[in-house]
Write a protein that binds this ligand. Structure first.
Ligand code: D5M
Ligand code: FE
Ligand code: ZN
Length: 467
């Protein structure tokens, strides 16, 4: 199998730099002849060989877009669709559903075998390169610094070792999260008890992913974490934003959760509240929305400070709190998938970012865009079950990213970030709350009072600072 460094070196010999997407494509195809084929078609003045230079690889987008009227549709996560959970049975279905969705994405790119086949006839597969797809049941670092994981498919379980000497797969192995689904290529140990990994494969975004763009004008404004009721809510900045919206040509306003600060969310919170009644917090928020132009379609989802259950998917904020909300506001669940003029927006509050920052080496609150890339690679909004992000195990896994959106919108960390991963635009929209005492203690520096405007015809974002 070709190593990354070898692929890069071969292109350098041909006087080309090469994009990592092309490197991983060649590695997955496992066909050294591809390098010459690709290089032959690259125009001389090309600085970096990218996916568009791969012969025969056409940009495709999944599915057809049915345009609706009015041009806002909640594809997934409309109010009342999360349902309740009943326990053990649901957890079994839940993980099976996650495995089925994600393994099929990997299986379309590689030939794999059931774990049971390997485990039951180790002699047959010894010394032969094989591939499996499993969900990560356990992940740890050994005393010698290797990465040892246990993966599970519907037929069996096997331990997989990533040797720290294999630089490139090891860097990825260090980023393995509990409960993500991986494809692994490698060889079985002679006693059949261990699988030596050579490469790992994630469900990922296809490199020929072509995002849909609206064929008519339309702009969406993306914000998050308003935290009404907190003494650090930035009232004046919000009013500047509201004034600006009056004259803007925005058609949509999406709010990714933590609409209000809530009550009893953390110890001593009442000391930091200007509005201590949860109904009043939503009433004030409702008033703020009523002051915005009624032509704007508003979509509001809950976050971990809102009044609904913490476990994701979180239900929409119930009617007893939203009686005063304007008619142009649609309340949705967290996460939800929206269709704006054919452009799909996956809106997720982002609680799992806390877990991912704790687990991924080098990840930082300062760069939420990188975490959004990691979500897209795993095609999961939240991988680990049973950490800081509570997950409601239902029959289907609503945290799987499928279908792919054009835009992924998150919030929660109160720090803006922007990313573009294989055509998908990621925006972490920040907050309307200044630094809290807790964040000061944690050395978290928010970037408040920003709104992101995305042109649905070009998918280009613009950030506007109201601070
Ligand atoms: O979260 C705002 C940010 O502050 C987010 O990055 C998490 C961090 N935060 C908030 N509370 C805690 C606790 N208790 N531990 C660790 N990190 C925390 P928000 O959801 O707005 O409170
Ligand atoms: Fe928040
Ligand atoms: Zn939050």
């Amino acid at each position: 199998m070709l190593a990354n460094a070898e692929i890069v070196r071969r292109f350098l010999e041909l006087k080309h730099q090469v994009h990592p997407d092309v490197v991983s494509y060649i590695r997955e195809q496992d066909d050294p002849a591809l390098i010459d084929q690709i290089a032959a078609g690259v125009p001389e003045d090309t600085l970096v060989v990218s996916a568009e230079h791969i012969p025969g690889l056409k940009k495709v987008r999944d599915g057809t877009r049915f345009l609706v009227d009015p041009e806002l549709e909640v594809i997934m996560g409309s109010a009342g669709t999360t349902g309740s959970v009943s326990g053990h049975e649901d957890a079994v279905h839940y993980f099976r559903n996650r495995y089925n969705c994600l393994s099929s994405m990997i299986r379309s790119r590689m030939t794999t075998m059931p774990i049971e086949a390997l485990v039951k006839s180790p002699h047959r597969y010894r010394d032969e390169e094989c591939s499996i797809i499993g969900m990560v049941a356990d992940v740890r670092t050994t005393a010698k610094g290797h990465r040892l994981i246990e993966v599970e498919d519907p037929t069996g379980t096997i331990r997989v070792l990533f040797n720290k000497g294999r630089d490139e797969s090891f860097a990825e192995a260090e980023r393995i999260l509990p409960d993500e689904v991986l494809g692994v290529k490698g060889k079985l140990s002679s006693d059949g008890g261990l699988f030596f990994a050579e490469h790992l494969f994630r469900p990922d975004v296809p490199i020929n992913n072509a995002p849909f763009k609206s064929d008519r004008p339309g702009k969406a404004v993306l914000i998050s974490d308003v935290h009404v009721g907190s003494d650090t809510f930035l009232d004046e900045a919000w009013h500047r934003f509201a004034d600006w919206l009056q004259d803007s040509d925005a058609a949509y306003l999406l709010i990714a959760g933590d609409l209000v600060d809530g009550i009893g969310i953390y110890p001593g919170q009442d000391q930091e509240l200007t509005i201590k009644n949860i109904y009043e917090q939503y009433d004030v928020f409702a008033e703020m929305l009523r002051d915005l132009p009624s032509r704007i379609q508003i979509v509001a989802a809950p976050g971990n400070h809102d009044v609904v259950r913490m476990a994701e998917p979180q239900p929409a904020i119930p009617p007893e709190f939203t009686a005063k909300f304007p008619e142009n506001c649609t309340l949705v669940e967290n996460p939800c998938l929206l269709n704006l003029q054919g452009v799909r927006v996956l809106m997720y509050h982002g609680r799992s970012i806390d877990d991912m920052i704790g687990l991924i080496p080098g990840a930082s609150y300062e760069r939420p865009g990188e975490i959004m890339d990691e979500m897209l690679k795993r095609r999961l909004l939240a991988a680990p079950y049973g950490m800081r992000t509570p997950i409601a195990a239902m029959k289907t896994d609503r945290l799987v990213i499928d279908p792919l959106p054009e835009i992924l919108l998150t919030g929660h960390v109160h720090i803006c970030g922007i990313t573009r991963y294989r055509g998908v635009l990621g925006v972490n929209a920040g907050t309307w709350q200044a630094q809290t005492a807790f964040q000061k203690q944690m050395n978290i520096h928010p970037t408040p009072a920003r709104a992101f405007v995305v042109d649905l015809q070009t998918l280009q974002p613009e950030v506007i600072d109201f601070s």
